[in-house]
Design a protein around this ligand. Sequence first.
Ligand code: PLP
Length: 376
Amino acid sequence: MDIGGLSGGRLRIDLGAIAANYRLIAERVAPAEVGAVVKANAYGLGAIKVAQALCDAGCRLFFVAHLGEALALRPALRAEFRLVVLNGLPPGAEALCAEAAITPVLNSPEQVHRWAEVAQKAGTRLPAVLQLDSGMGRLGIAIEDLAPLAGNAQFHSAIELVMVMSHLACADTPEHPANAAQLACFQTAAALFPGIPRALANSGGAFLPADFHADIVRAGIALYGGAPNQSGLNPMRPVVDLEARVIQIRTIVAGGAVGYGHSHYCERESRIATIGVGYADGLPRSLGNRGAAWHAGARLPIVGRVSMDSITIDVTALPPGGIEVGGWVELIGPHQSVDSLADDAGTISYEMLAGLGARYDRAYLPASVRDRAVAA
Ligand SMILES: *Cc1c(COP(=O)(O)O)cnc(C)c1O
């Protein structure tokens, strides 16, 4: 008997859609190159599987947040593909990074100094990315600290600069004036390093005017089907389907309560289905009495609080027998995008995907030959 997996939920990840999204961004920003941001286990979707699909789609450049993530991914990538650590290196991790042929982002003069020192000791030049803080105030080197490096012969003899980058704070809001201000700051700083490839845009930036694309785009959320900006139109192909299994259906009398804290009372006699996923599966408690699941075209509101391993939904809208124990409801899919579920939860697609966790049964739809064609 096919019991459909042993978990309360099943996640289907369409690698072909990720490849198609990669192509769409690549076409949009050409001749700029598109690197893939696969930090946080590729936004929860599985870094190794996702990276391999992206390699097949033609991607040659990958970004993660931490050295630990890079070390885990490095063996899955061909040696000539570049793997970059966005958050930079903690002191003492430089040799490990160099030995593994991983490229750090240097986010401070101290990180520059330590990376140069390791290179000098090894008697070699080591590749690195320099990050400028062009106005986000999160990571990177101030422009006045960048200028002295440009003319520093010792710096250039120790470090092979492969990219100058910065990060946009408001790229998902195309009309925000901070975008133009950051672009101007970035262009001034990058001019200090003529001939070095420049990278400024994330997914949102890929959908800003061509100036923002520079030489390299770092795409994350749009590869995974999330909307790249708040325009309301999402040109990306959906990547994730999430379904939850119905583990019980109960009839609750009018006035009866549902769930922790009795936060929901049934106004009329109701059929309440309990599904086997909860906040330990990345479905935030903020979905309590707010979001919905879907089945057979019907919206089934979440009633009561979200528990650790279960959620209660009102299935009264379905005809009797319209859903049974062992059946499945949609949480992310054709009726409800990851963006709209995130919106109901008061968060963003990034947090929703990154929080999906390890408990689901996961299935990967392989990229078709057509999806891979661009790699040829
Ligand atoms: C996460 C991240 C990205 C990817 O951003 P998306 O909005 O997901 O495309 C790009 N660059 C940096 C520095 C990041 O931290």
